[in-house]
Design a protein around this ligand. Structure first.
Ligand code: GLP
Length: 240
């Protein structure tokens, strides 16, 4: 596991965007695993800049997002589908139909999970971008006695809903469930880029990288992967 610490969040964003640009240059038809949350927004901004300057193209790429809220339609303001359009897809040359997110509004959620896993098996992720939840979640894999390997439905922890309530009018509007890629699917990626910013994540990133490998901190399972790069800003990395 390689850990890189950046003085300025913007330097981190540029470094991460450049890693994706290099991956796409080397293999234009790469499958990219993408994440939502506030952490990757700056990275997506750099990717858009690079695309506009002709330094990055998604023309032959495929993307899979980690997760989606159950019960929000793709055009709901706070759906992750809408987030991805707003922060990346609407601004770059990724062909329509090549961006995949789990569908949180289908009647048969179990079939959707199986379908997502089947697509991931057919197009394995080359490089997976990950943020980190305050409780150590990755995607929406919440701490638990057991974790599930494949795509599945999760009950969101109150703390996770509280953390995400800032994007909704009130916590009551935050969905109680999500559909997420499992930790097993995440660990199948060829390479993983974990990005962590802010003083409030310093404790959990230390636990994830240097603490015991435990399902009670899903991100700690990343310690078992052969090709993980962790990018932290100075505040998040201060205990490492
Ligand atoms: N499901 C997402 C995660 O994929 C994200 O990494 C995490 C941290 O979000 P943020 O980057 O806003 O702190 O929480 C959300 O709930």
């Amino acid at each position: 596991m390689q850990v890189k610490c950046f003085d300025q969040p913007a330097e981190l964003d540029l470094y991460a965007a450049q890693l994706f640009a290099s991956a796409l240059k080397e293999k234009p038809e790469s499958t990219l695993g993408l994440a939502t949350g506030s952490t990757p927004i700056g990275i997506y901004e750099k990717m858009i800049e690079m695309y506009e300057n002709g330094d990055l193209s998604f023309k032959y790429a495929t993307t899979f997002n980690l997760d989606e809220y159950v019960g929000l339609s793709p055009d709901h303001e706070q759906s992750y589908a809408r987030f991805m359009n707003r922060h990346l897809f609407d601004h770059v040359d990724l062909p329509a139909g090549k961006a995949h997110l789990p569908k949180g509004m289908v009647s048969d959620l179990e079939a959707e999970c199986a379908n997502y896993d089947r697509m991931l098996q057919e197009q394995p992720v080359d490089i997976q971008l990950l943020g980190l939840g305050h409780n150590g979640h990755i995607g929406f894999n919440e701490p638990d006695e057991e974790l599930q390997g494949g795509t599945h439905i999760v009950e969101l922890e109150h703390a996770t809903r509280e953390a995400n309530a800032r994007f909704f009018s009130s916590i009551d509007d935050v969905p109680t469930q999500a559909i997420t890629m499992g930790v097993g699917s995440i660990l199948k990626a060829e390479s993983i880029l974990l990005v962590v910013k802010g003083a409030d994540k310093a404790e959990i990133v230390k636990q994830a990288l240097q603490g015991p490998i435990t399902t009670e901190c899903p991100a700690s399972l990343l310690q078992t992967h052969k090709n993980v790069t962790v990018l932290v800003d100075r505040e998040a990395g201060r205990l490492l």
